[in-house]
Design a protein around this ligand. Sequence first.
Ligand code: 1GP
Length: 239
Amino acid sequence: MIAATSIYGDIFTASKHGQKQIAVLIDPDKFLIGNAQRFIENLPVGITHIFIGGSTDEKNRTEYTVRSVKAITQLPVILFPGDHNQITDLADGLLFLSLISGRNPEYLIGQQIKAAEKLKISTLETIPTGYILIDGGKKCAVEKVSNTQPINQQNIPLIVNTALAGQYSGKKLIYLEAGSGASTPVSAEIISAVKEAINIPLIVGGGIRTKIQQENALKAGADLIVIGTAFEEDFVTPS
Ligand code: 1GP
């Protein structure tokens, strides 16, 4: 039984009713806290979740970012961490990611073990998530940091079987990731094939910029799409 008031319960129920959801991803490495208020105020109608995280957090800004964002929004704030150091109790929930497209034990179970002690005493809602990296047309941060290979967009059977293996392993969400700033988002064909195969909610992100790309991903079967880069302009620290 899934509690109706939990973050996961809400995502699950929305998915069962065909209600589409959209998360904005904030990368603490790039986000300018001074702009947080304006950033949140300028978000378009229809945003349902704030994700916070990135492949790296070199300046240790995750907790500060979560605190600042939580102070100005009622939307659920969910951690999307690149490693166990980015976990903070100040958020509402945690995508407890396993990079199941990869073959690097550190991102399949190593980081999760490192997080376990903290999670045992945490109030965070922890949501087991099968994270599948798909080739988005350029080498992305996840690929570099995890030292794993993305799956080719043409290899739909492998993508579907990976998602199914995640579901059978007990993951509650599947996240198809083309990588932040991807030049090619996950194709509609992949999204519909995975959606048809699994019976848990499906998240899709990476390279979704335009309204048409958003609609394509949602129409193909994504229950929740994640948009980072497209909302970042004007709100990030100059690189
Ligand atoms: C990356 O899926 C997210 O982890 C969002 O990607 O920054 O390309 O929107 P973008």
